[in-house]
Structure formats: C-alpha cells, structure tokens
Design a protein around this ligand. Structure first.
Ligand SMILES: [Zn+2]
Length: 322
C-alpha cells in the first residue's frame, strides 16, 4: 500500500509525518525552520527532511500517494501558493504546492496550518464524531479554526477564526496586525513572557530571573509552567491572568459559534489545567448557561502530531476528489 505524507510548517519547527493510508503513523521528523533565511532555504530544508525520512524507512517518492501541507498565513489553496506568512523572511507568493509536486512527482494539497490541526483532532483526536468545533492553537501566537456543521469554515477571505486578533482592550499591547489590545498579545507564549517581564520590571523576585539568566530571550512558556510547579508567585499570577484572558476569549467564541467542543492545542496548551483552571471559572461565570453546558473545553489529544496527521489525511482526501 502507498503511504501518505503530512507536513506542518511552523515558524520555529517543520514537522514531517509519514503515515499508512489508514493514518497509522509510521515515523515523523522535526527540523528547525530557519525562517529568517528566506523561502528558498526553507523549501530546500523541507525537501531534504522529506527525502531523509523516506530513506530512513526504505521508501522513495514512488511509494507516496499524496502529501498535505499545513502552512501559516494567507494562501491561494487552488494554486498551491503561500501568499504571505507572518514570522517568515522573504516570503511572498511562494508556489509551495507546485514546487513540491515537481520535486516529488506526487499530488500536493496545501491549507492553513491551524485548520490542519483541527482536521487532525476532528478525525483522529479529541473531536471525533463532533460537528461543531473550534480549535485554539496556543503557540508563539494565538490561532484558531472553526468547524461548523461538519464543514471547515473559511470565510470570504479565508480569515475566519482569526481569534488572536479579537479585541480584548480598546487600547493595550500593540499587535503586529497594526492594532492593539488583541487577545493573542496576552494569550500566547509571547504574551505570557511579556506578562512575566512586566511583573519583573516592578522589582518582583522570581526564580524565572535565575532560570532565564536575566535575559528575556531565554524565557519560554514551558519555563513559566515549571516555575508555577515550583510555587513561584510571578509564574502563578502569570498563568492565572493568562487563563482569565483566555476565558474571556472562550466566552466570546461560545456565544459566536455555539460549538459543542473547544479544543485547546499548541505548545502552550501543555500548561494544561495551570492555565485552564482560571479560564473555566471565567466561562462558568460569564457565558450563557445553555451553550456553556453543551460545550466541552478540552485539551487536544494528538499533541503536536495533530497538524501532520490532519495534513496527511486532508491531502489524501482532497487528492481523491481531484
Ligand atoms: Zn492583532
């Protein structure tokens, strides 16, 4: 049987998954994206990662049926073009689909990375058999994607679910979108690190100063969770406050989409209940009773494999439709 490939292109890491046609994972590979080196460099990195994953499993491109790719930012899905991607240098109108079709001689389907995460969790993870799901990805930034009545919701310019830019404050932290006070500036790894930084600038003592060697560039969301477990007051306040912001985001989403499930995925979701505890309290207090009681808020089941699994399956299903 031929195999499937799924690729999740992240700002920091490229994940490549090799799957059986029933989506059983055979192997996966993670490589640093080196996004600052430009599109040509990143394309070649992905290609050599795919090549070595195939070789390690005694396979060649002839053994592959299709490849799905989750790409961040704005896309022309029909033409397989990544029009613009935040956090990538020299990245404009990159013909990523065609480039890989020519290179590998297999059909390539591209879609947004957050949608591919939702597709994976819907078909294989926490959201099996649900029809109305919103998935949040908490990483360096905050992303989301929406499934309505069993169909992915795109919106007229495919920006549906850009929850990271939902307004929390009329004024607030400046956002790269040009506005300020956006939810993603608070509920994300970047946001949490800034919250810690603001607290430390008030001369608070924290183990995070020592762990980060007094340099914020060394700080990670994982470190904040570890400091929470070490009973560090700054870390505890940061996760509690971030949870409150997340909670208000969830309240708005429950009222907007009336989902039966909200899945929290992405690296920051590893904070789990440290973050979700205060978020749930805000939902209980502020969301309407009926939609709230019928909405399960849960962590993703597939962890950081959701994107590659979703991309592989989505690529396969859409190749069959072609
Ligand atoms: Zn914004």
């Amino acid at each position: 049987m031929k195999k499937l490939l799924g690729v999740d292109l992240g700002g920091a890491t490229i994940k490549i998954g090799l799957f059986e046609s029933d989506l059983k994972k055979i192997a996966e590979k993670k490589i640093a994206t080196e996004a600052h080196k430009g599109s040509n460099h990143v394309l070649h990195l992905m290609a050599s990662g795919i090549q070595s994953l195939l070789e390690e499993n005694d396979l060649s491109n002839h053994d592959i049926l299709s490849m799905g790719m989750g790409i961040p930012g704005l896309l022309d899905r029909e033409k397989g073009i990544s029009i613009y991607s935040p956090n990538f240098t020299n990245w404009k109108n990159v013909p990523i689909g065609l480039w890989f079709e020519n290179k590998l001689q297999i059909p390539v389907i591209i879609d947004n990375d957050v949608r591919m995460n939702l597709y994976g969790e819907w078909k294989q993870g926490a959201g099996i058999q649900k029809q109305n799901i919103v998935l949040f990805t908490l990483g360096a930034n905050l992303g989301a994607s929406v499934l309505i009545n069993g169909a992915m919701y795109y919106g007229c310019t495919e920006n549906a679910g850009d929850i990271g830019h939902m307004h929390l404050y009329p004024t607030g932290r400046p956002c790269y979108c040009g506005s300020s006070g956006c939810l993603g500036r608070y509920v994300s790894a970047t946001g949490m690190i800034q919250t810690v930084q603001e607290k430390l600038s008030q001369k608070r003592s924290s183990i995070l100063k020592e762990w980060s060697k007094n340099d914020m560039r060394n700080m990670t969301a994982k470190m904040i969770s570890e400091a929470f477990d070490a009973d560090d007051a700054v870390a505890k306040e940061t996760l509690q406050e971030t949870g409150v912001y997340l909670g208000y985001g969830l309240v708005n989403i429950i009222h907007l989409y009336n989902p039966e499930m909200i899945i929290i995925g992405g690296g920051v979701a590893e904070a789990g209940e440290r973050l979700l505890h205060s978020a749930r309290k805000i939902v209980e207090k502020n969301a309407l009773d009926l939609p709230q009681k019928n909405c399960t808020i849960t962590l993703g089941k597939l962890g950081d494999s959701a994107g590659i699994a979703g991309a592989a399956l989505y690529g396969y299903e859409n190749t069959l439709k072609k």
